[in-house]
Write a protein that binds this ligand. Structure first.
Ligand code: PAF
Length: 282
């Protein structure tokens, strides 16, 4: 397994004829990430995993400094998973000067839900993913990039970016990896205390219930949805959470749905100091 600490080192490691299968991460790898690597591996002839905690996608009060960095353990997991190249650029290599030139997601997609509660988040994500894509895929005829569906809106933003910039990259979305009890795996789960971890499943349970209620509303979905969403939020509040949103959207563009649309239910809520997100296609 080659470790590339700069864009130049990465480009030296990749031969021009290779089709990379790429998994971008911020490290602190768990089974969900390793599942993405396993899905990526057969899709290319060189599996590249990036580890980079991207300052641009954190708000000043968020956890950029404390975000878990577990380099040795990550490398051991990637080696065991058969990764060919770890791309772990230094911040000064990826951002040698202030990154004033940025990629802004379409506001209709990037400024709602996560983007409304984390302003600038999708600009930070799109900008770093564009840089990572140009580092990994420049000069390639085709490549594939693999993202988890847990960050559902992120996956949609990246798909739209790839489409609108005509990047020669196939984007594969992989189902969320869950713990035995159903909790979506996330690096931020590590922030939960033991009692919080025992309570953490309430978010996905509330989302599933909201999804069931939305399906039961059938033709009357539009009329009933605000009350159903408010009930789901209130239920979580009663259990001690601070929900940002629990909502049912149409899958195609995450806007308010009409009866008959394919739906996704999405939520974000804080339990103590930890903000969790989850979603289900219903
Ligand atoms: O999903 C993540 O881990 C990050 O948002 C990503 C895509 C690696 C960009 O920093």
């Amino acid at each position: 397994m080659i470790i590339a600490r700069s864009i130049d080192e990465l480009r030296q490691a990749l031969s021009p004829s290779q089709r990379p299968a790429f998994v971008p991460t911020m490290g602190n790898l768990h089974d969900g990430h390793i599942q993405l690597v396993a899905r990526a591996k057969p899709l290319g002839d060189c599996t590249v995993v990036s580890i980079f905690v991207n300052r641009l996608q954190f708000l000043p009060h968020e956890d950029f400094d404390s975000y878990p960095r577990t380099w040795e353990a990550d490398c051991a997991k990637l080696q065991a998973a058969g990764c060919d190249v770890v791309f772990a650029p230094r911040e000064t290599d990826l951002y040698p000067e202030p990154q004033t030139f940025k990629v802004h997601a379409d506001p209709a997609l990037g400024d709602i839900l996560e983007g409304a509660f984390r302003p600038g988040f999708f600009t930070g994500v799109s900008t770093v993913v564009m840089k990572l894509f140009t580092a990994v895929f420049a000069g390639k005829v085709q490549g594939v990039a693999v993202f988890g569906k847990k960050d559902y809106q992120q996956l949609m933003v990246i798909r739209q970016m790839v489409r609108q910039f005509a990047l020669p990259i196939e984007v594969l979305g992989v189902e969320t990896c869950r713990a035995e009890d159903g909790l979506a795996l996330s690096s931020r789960n590590g922030y939960l205390s033991e009692p919080e971890r025992n309570q953490a499943l309430q978010l996905s349970m509330a989302l599933r219930e909201l999804g069931r209620d939305a399906l039961a509303a059938a033709e009357a979905l539009t009329r009933h949805l605000p009350a159903l969403e408010a009930k789901a939020m209130e239920g979580l509040r009663q259990s001690g959470w601070q929900p940002d949103y629990l909502t049912v959207r149409r899958r195609s563009d995450l806007q308010a749905p009409q009866a008959g649309d394919a739906l996704v239910v999405l939520g974000a809520a804080k339990l103590g100091a930890t903000r969790l997100i989850d979603n289900f296609e219903i």
